[in-house]
Design a protein around this ligand. Structure first.
Ligand SMILES: Cc1cc2nc3c(=O)[nH]c(=O)nc-3n(C[C@H](O)[C@H](O)[C@H](O)COP(=O)(O)O)c2cc1C
Length: 215
């Protein structure tokens, strides 16, 4: 069984980042794949304050001294073989909400109990932007930096899009929009395909790594 956890970093309800992520998770539905979802929307998520409690006091069940909605995320992350992380583009990088989540996962890698807990999980990134050329790739790589720091292995889609899933939320990325359609990403078939391909590549890597660990 491969466990895939989707993490969405948009604070918007029914966001484009969530829709493209859920579509990509659907694309890898198989008998031996279990998917789960965590979104920042409506959640109370504080920043990491570098209190270093996790480094000195952490136990198997108690990951982090900061008490908020991330307490429900930690066990999901520990169980996951792969993380598919989706963000809106904010100033050409991931959202601050998502950055807080990824910062807080420090306790699953550098914590007293969970030392190296992120190592060799597969990570893959999806981003949605308003404009075609205004930071989508830098956003994808900003997520990759977190994966690299946690010694994760990165899944990318190949020729469709070098760094990950890339969806547009204005009409063809021009900035023009239909005021009645808040879910424009669902009309960006090419973008949806880049995210599906990202998820498939992530899953293939996760299977290889799991089989390698078993061997
Ligand atoms: C603070 C902020 C910064 C943004 N910066 C960019 C940007 O640099 N480039 C861009 O194309 N869109 C930018 N946008 C637009 C969002 O990326 C875009 O609306 C996205 O589709 C929102 O996705 P969501 O529906 O998943 O929240 C920004 C939006 C906000 C709120």
């Amino acid at each position: 069984m491969i466990r895939v956890l989707g993490i969405c970093g948009s604070p918007v309800k029914n966001s484009n980042a969530e829709l493209i992520l859920k579509d990509a998770l659907k694309a890898i539905e198989q008998d031996d794949v279990q998917t789960d979802f965590f979104g920042v929307q409506g959640k109370s998520i504080k920043d990491c304050i570098q209190c270093n409690w996790c480094m000195g006091e952490q136990s198997k069940e108690d990951f982090c001294a900061v008490r908020d909605d991330l307490q429900e995320l930690y066990p999901k992350v520990v169980k996951a073989d792969a993380l598919l992380v989706s963000s809106p583009v904010y100033l050409a990088r991931m959202s601050g909400h998502l950055a807080s989540v990824l910062d807080r996962l420090r306790c699953v890698h550098y914590g007293k109990h969970w030392t190296g807990g992120m190592k060799h999980k597969v990570g893959a990134a999806i981003a949605v932007s308003w404009y075609r050329n205004s930071g989508i790739e830098t956003t994808l790589t900003s997520i990759h930096w977190a994966f690299l720091t946690y010694q994760m292995v990165i899944g990318v889609p190949g020729s469709l899009s070098t760094f990950g899933g890339a969806g547009l939320t204005s009409l063809a990325g021009t900035g023009a929009f239909d005021v009645k359609d808040k879910h424009q990403v669902l009309k960006d078939e090419y973008g949806l395909n880049t995210a599906r391909a990202t998820a498939r590549s992530m899953l293939a890597l996760a299977k290889i790594i799991k089989a390698g660990k078993r061997a």
